[in-house]
Write a protein that binds this ligand. Structure first.
Ligand code: F3S
Length: 636
């Protein structure tokens, strides 16, 4: 029986895919400075002294050093890396996913990362899944990572990309078709003759932004282009050919005819609000940002450099370029391609997430920003009323020259890019060491213990304290941006910002909240970033139940991992029957959860809800979260 690539990797790792919940022991772990500090604090709290998979900690999100906070976090992470034997990537080395692609990912391996764009490594044929920080930490401690068995959707690529159309346009086309909910419970496995047309960075862009569909992950085969890519980084020995068997049967199939694609753009405020660039051409821009883990490879920036060669960016447009890694920057310098970027008038930024997570480059009030990034949710830029557009580096470069959204096909012949056969080795890439258990991990004053959840009650009667609509993101629940990121290690200091993009007054009334309460939401609640703090912070002030029409995958898991009960409506229309401060009552909760159904008594009659937990999830929820579960397990 021919098998899919997903099935092949699972078999090699002895993962039983006949089960509804897959138990995965990853080969590698990935965390970054926004998820690793709390994860390490939780590992310390659970008494973990040894990690099982090889683990990488990247400092890329919190590089702004205004005051001591971020520098203290980085010192703590470096200490923890030494203590536990993790590979440490110092600030400025690069954005986690691109650095990992260049330095560590390998075909056929399994990566578990505390970031929703971990699937980027799928561009190299690695099964790479994003999860919440503590969930990743638990897997690093040697426990299985559980995920619902996904459907495997074959994405067949036919034909060749036309001039000026790129991998970014392929994933925008996927988003246009399936929406930000269409990938939930699915893996997108790319195959077909069009795969060979795509470079590894383009495949990685597609896998990276596939996360916006809600997919568990995306996966490309490993072929000759994969070998060439690894060779550039001195890692050819990590290569092996890998693909689905001919005739492999998928649970579902999507066909994309590459030759029919045109340059695409996602309009505000969602990555699936996709239109042809030509339809919105001429719209004035205040800003163009080129970078992020999605599109900051050598290929991406070399294209921009070639387009700008001998030209100037439009006056009045704030343009920045962020290389994904220091090695990419070194290669751009070595090939002389940086000059055109600088001479055109762009600002060259640190190799970091930067503008993508709102750390710098916030647009002016009401401004329009065109970005090569993966998300354009309202407020993510750091400017509440700015409009963010998402497009390829080609479209961004063309638009920077004109100051208005511009179809890159207006630039005539596309540049031919020559990628160096070998990328320069640079200092300060990754620091690896054997575990040194006696290392003292210094905690600065901003590093505070992470609160833990409370055990599951058998009955509750809690009031609703927040009602939200559809497609609420983790940014809405707890914003990103420079200030918030520097508070990741200090939960009490984050409380004043809880739900501020949904109800700016919410935090002012925290002292009036009852000990435990409920949030009600619409469809796809908790989409976007894997930000565990979007659960931990409200949990720390009493959020005990989230009842929604549907829950985003990582967010639902984060709820369970922090002892918060995740319920969904049997009848989505019931959401309309509920009002703020209604008290919802549940009896015999444990039995209800075992049966997967919980009936709530409300002032407007009963409402049926669903909560299907695996036995493992049920154990965690009953214990009050994963730290309590892990502690109890280690004690036995
Ligand atoms: Fe960083 Fe943005 Fe990617 S925050 S990891 S560049 S999605």
């Amino acid at each position: 029986m021919p098998v899919t690539l997903f099935e092949r990797i699972c078999r090699e790792h002895k993962i039983d895919t006949s089960l509804e919940s897959l138990a995965i022991y990853p080969d590698q772990g990935l965390m970054h400075d926004a998820t690793a500090t709390p994860a390490c604090l939780q590992l310390e709290a659970a008494g973990i002294r040894r990690l099982v998979p090889k683990t990488y900690v990247y400092c890329d999100h919190n590089l702004l050093q205004v005051g001591f906070r971020n520098a203290d976090d980085h010192r703590y992470l470096r200490d923890m890396a030494r203590k536990l034997g993790m590979v440490f990537s110092a600030p400025g080395t690069g954005i986690c996913h691109q650095t990992h692609l260049e330095e560590a990912a390998f075909p056929g391996g399994i990566l578990l990362g505390a970031d929703s764009h971990t699937p980027m490594a799928g561009g190299l044929g690695m099964l790479a899944i994003g999860a919440g920080g503590i969930e990743v930490a638990t897997a690093l401690a040697g426990e299985a990572f559980y995920t619902a068995r996904p459907l495997v959707v074959g994405v067949r690529l036919e034909g060749q990309l036309p001039a000026w159309v790129t991998g970014k346009d392929v994933v925008l086309e996927l988003l246009r078709r399936v929406s930000v909910r269409g990938g939930v419970g699915r893996i997108f496995e790319y195959h077909g003759p069009g795969v060979a047309e795509l470079s590894v960075p383009e495949r990685a862009t597609i896998c990276n932004m596939g996360a916006e569909t809600g997919a568990t992950t995306s996966l490309f085969p490993s072929d000759e282009r994969t070998r060439q890519y690894l060779k550039r980084f001195g890692r050819e020995s990590a290569w092996r050919p890998l693909a689905a068997d001919p005739g492999a049967v998928y649970d579902d199939e999507i066909v994309i005819h590459l030759d029919e694609l045109v340059p695409l753009i996602a309009l505000p405020d969602s990555p699936d609000n996709v239109r042809p660039v030509a339809e919105v051409a001429g719209l004035p821009l205040n800003q163009v940002c080129i970078g992020s883990c999605t599109n900051a490879s050598f290929r991406d920036l070399a294209v921009v450099s070639a387009i700008w060669q001998g030209r100037r960016i439009a006056s009045g447009v704030d343009v920045s370029v962020t290389p994904g890694t220091r090695r990419t920057l070194a290669a751009l310098l070595e090939t002389g391609l940086v000059s055109a970027l600088v001479e055109a008038g762009a600002r060259l930024l640190d190799c970091a997430c930067g503008a993508c997570n709102g750390v710098g480059q916030s647009p002016c009030s009401g401004g329009a920003s065109l970005r090569t990034f993966n998300r354009n949710f309202k407020g993510r830029t750091g400017t509440a009323d700015a409009r963010a557009y998402l497009a390829s580096p080609e479209t961004a470069a063309a638009s920077a020259l004109t100051g208005v959204i511009t179809d890159p096909r207006s630039l005539n012949t596309p540049p031919r890019i020559v990628v160096p056969g070998c990328f320069p080795a640079v200092g300060g890439t990754l620091e690896a060491s054997a575990p040194e258990p006696e290392t003292v991990c210094v905690r600065g004053p901003n590093i505070r213990p992470i609160p833990s959840g409370t055990p599951l009650p058998d009955a509750f009667a809690f009031p609703i304290k927040l009602i939200a609509g559809d497609n609420v993101t983790t940014d809405h629940l707890l914003p990103g941006g420079a200030e918030m990121l520097s508070l990741r290690s200090n939960i009490p200091a984050s409380v004043p910002h809880v739900f501020e993009r949904l109800d700016p007054d919410f935090a002012a009334h925290v002292s009036e909240l009852p000990p435990q309460w409920i949030v009600v939401g619409g469809a796809n609640f908790g989409q976007g970033s894997s930000r565990e703090h979007a659960v931990i912070v409200p949990m720390s002030i009493g959020m005990k139940v989230v009842l929604a029409v549907s829950l985003a995958r990582i967010f639902r898991q984060n709820l369970i991992n922090n002892g918060v009960i995740p319920l969904t409506f049997v009848n989505p229309a019931d959401v309309e029957r509920l009002a703020l401060n209604d008290v919802l009552e549940a009896k015999h909760l444990r039995q209800g959860l075992r049966e997967g159904r919980v009936t709530l008594c409300t002032p407007h009659g009963t409402i049926d809800t669903v909560c299907r937990l695996t036995p493992h999830e049920a154990e965690i929820l009953e214990a009050g979260g994963i730290v309590a579960w892990l502690k109890a397990r280690r004690a036995n």
